[in-house]
Design a binder for this molecule. Structure first.
Ligand code: SAM
Length: 199
């Protein structure tokens, strides 16, 4: 795909926190798609300031969240948010070049929201595939490039669900789109390793 990744500007972090976000992308509805039982290890990839990380940690009574981001500014905000929330099962890491300091297959789930269009051409999807356990589930939610909207990244740097599926399949995932998400501006895709035995 002939696109360049469009990176989030950390000085706009407050955009992620705006209350209107919960109208068009409610945390609860996103987290419901992870099909959690409460004991999973979940990687929040590109966690940003942790809008989803903390409510996710609260759903994991016996599990934990490993939140990763490549931006030192965002990781600092994330660290503060986890600390202030009082959750004890959220750990965050600053990563470089998509190298996550966790073992192969440790993630029962990977959550990645508003990230895919930022990692086109990078090794992020290969890293997610490495981290995902053989029966694990990757949830990809991102801004749609094929709907009219006045918020979010420009359409020309965003992906259609078909383009996102193509990227995921090329990285070795099999993909099931979530139908009727109720999200006006976002797609949601569930992905599993296409051949879990292949490292
Ligand atoms: C638009 S924000 C979304 C944050 C969060 N997922 C949310 O929904 O609020 C995208 C985040 O992904 C991070 N990011 C971009 N590329 C990344 C990469 N290759 N590895 C880790 N984090 C990345 C950015 O630093 C930013 O914090």
């Amino acid at each position: 795909m002939n696109r360049r990744p469009h990176k989030f500007d950390p000085s706009r972090a407050e955009q992620l926190e705006r209350p209107e976000r919960q109208d068009f992308l409610p945390n609860d509805r996103v987290l419901d798609l992870l099909e959690l039982r409460g004991a999973e290890t979940v990687v929040d990839y590109g966690a940003g300031s942790g809008v989803l990380t903390v409510p996710l940690a609260r759903r994991l009574e016996r599990g934990m969240v490993r939140a990763v981001d490549e931006s030192p500014e965002m990781v600092e905000k994330l660290r503060e948010r986890i600390k202030e929330s009082g959750v004890r099962n959220g750990i965050n890491y600053l990563i470089e070049q998509n190298r996550v300091p966790l073992g192969d297959g440790v993630a029962d789930r990977i959550l990645t929201v508003n990230l895919l269009h930022e990692v086109i051409g990078e090794t992020a999807l290969a890293e997610m595939r490495r981290l995902l356990s053989p029966n694990g589930l990757l949830l990809v939610v991102d801004w749609r490039g094929d709907v009219e909207r006045e918020i979010g990244p420009p359409a020309n740097v965003s992906l259609s669900p078909a383009e996102a599926t193509e990227l995921l399949e090329a990285a070795g995932f099999s993909v099931t789109p979530v139908q009727d998400t109720g999200f006006p501006y976002h797609f949601a895709l569930l992905a599993r390793s296409a051949n879990p035995r292949t490292p």
